[in-house]
Design a protein around this ligand. Structure first.
Ligand code: SME
Length: 152
């Protein structure tokens, strides 16, 4: 991770750990990411409820996809595979569920408690191929911090 991403990961992890509850922890993570990463056009957290991902805190344009079944979208794929998915060009990915016409790339990072999916961090960018290894490392660290708050 770059020094900038590492210090951001520390800042967000601390902010999550000190939050009074899981909703505030998610809101803080979304807010800091949206503010500090200029390419992050839409930042949201989905929580797994049964077989559906339900949209929780987010910043950016309202999404039509407030509930996503596990077999749909890049969001569903990431939760089903229990792995981070990065898509450089959303318009060439048949799984993609459009949220905004401006979106060009997307990263979805599952929030895991061991082998159990609790939810995921979903980020869209208006820039093509906006998400690299640094973003992935940063967001997986934050997903780990959120998992500790969500599993209790
Ligand atoms: N693009 C996502 C849907 C969620 S919106 O981006 C907020 C997907 O393909 O699952």
């Amino acid at each position: 991770m770059t020094a900038h991403a590492a210090s951001l990961a520390e800042e967000i992890s601390g902010s999550i750990a000190s939050a009074p509850n899981s909703t505030t922890a998610m809101e803080r993570a979304v807010h800091i990411l949206k503010t500090k990463r200029p390419n992050y056009s839409w930042v949201g957290i989905y929580l797994l409820e049964g077989d559906e991902l339900v949209l929780g805190p987010f910043l950016g344009k309202p999404s039509p996809h407030t509930r996503i079944p596990l077999n749909r979208g890049i969001c569903g794929a990431a939760a089903s595979q229990k792995q981070t998915i990065t898509v450089d060009d959303v318009n060439s990915d048949p799984r993609y569920l459009a949220c905004s016409i401006e979106t060009k790339s997307e990263i979805v990072v599952p929030i895991m408690d061991g082998d159990r999916v609790l939810g995921e961090i979903d980020i869209d960018s208006d820039k093509h191929a906006a998400f690299g290894d640094d973003d992935r490392a940063l967001l997986e660290k934050i997903a780990g911090a959120l998992a500790k708050k969500l599993r209790t």
